[in-house]
Design a protein around this ligand. Sequence first.
Ligand SMILES: Nc1ncnc2c1ncn2[C@@H]1O[C@H](COP(=O)(O)OP(=O)(O)O)[C@@H](O)[C@H]1O
Ligand SMILES: [Mg+2]
Length: 260
Amino acid sequence: MQLNNCDNWGTERLGTKGEGQGVKSQAVLKEEGNESVDRPLLEVRGVERTFQVGGAPLHVLKSIRMELQPNQLVMLRGRSGSGKTTLLNCLGGLDTPSKGEIWFNGLPFHRMSDHERTLVRRNEIGFIFQAYALMPLLSARENVELSMRMAGIKKSLWKERVEYCLSLVGLEKRMHHRPFELSGGEQQRVAIAKAIAHRPKMLLADEPTAELDSAMSAQIMAVFQNIIRTEQVTICMTTHDPTILEVADHVYEMVDGKFL
Ligand SMILES: Nc1ncnc2c1ncn2[C@@H]1O[C@H](COP(=O)(O)OP(=O)(O)O)[C@@H](O)[C@H]1O
Ligand SMILES: [Mg+2]
């Protein structure tokens, strides 16, 4: 399977969707000579997230500052309840901070509408969850196709890209299997193939290895390192497993909603 055959895809999709909807990617900004191209892929400044619980404010994120550079593997480490999932949701535009700024690829997530963030998310961000989040009745291939359908990618481009992504995660021989016919580690690898199929710039993974044994976790981390090289993607993942931290380019330690 040749990666080259998929090379025009990002541009083609950008031309048909991103520009027309008022959401400019870094590539578009670059053509316009905007200086923001030298920025990190993601910049977080002074982010707070407060929930109202029983009429009282619960401060879950407190003055968070972080950066993700292109092609990095960054980990958020912290105990359960420290605020990792809340932060990841804000980074991916699923939630908005109560205060502070989140710039993704030069776009101000903190100021954009839900609709604008949804468009960016569909095209430029991939999500991976602890519990795999695959459709149980669909085969591995059909699960991966689903994310391309969601991103509005032409059907004629699906087959080759699906096969390529499944081979990247070492599952080309499991293409026709449904989730229940696969091990936990294999299901998570299908979920990774699904998360990268539409060529996102950033992958967010919430405790992707929490339900896996150490051998399977190591496989997932090897897959992450491989796709950073081959797909030019930045990965930010949460974990509380100290043994996998050594492969990270950077680790943010989170305690009670703050970085140490
Ligand atoms: N929507 C919400 N409403 C109220 N409290 C929330 C909400 N989401 C998260 N929290 C609280 O924020 C804290 C951090 O949760 P979370 O981000 O899930 O932590 P982690 O992922 O590190 O386990 C917890 O105390 C949780 O109960
Ligand atoms: Mg969590």
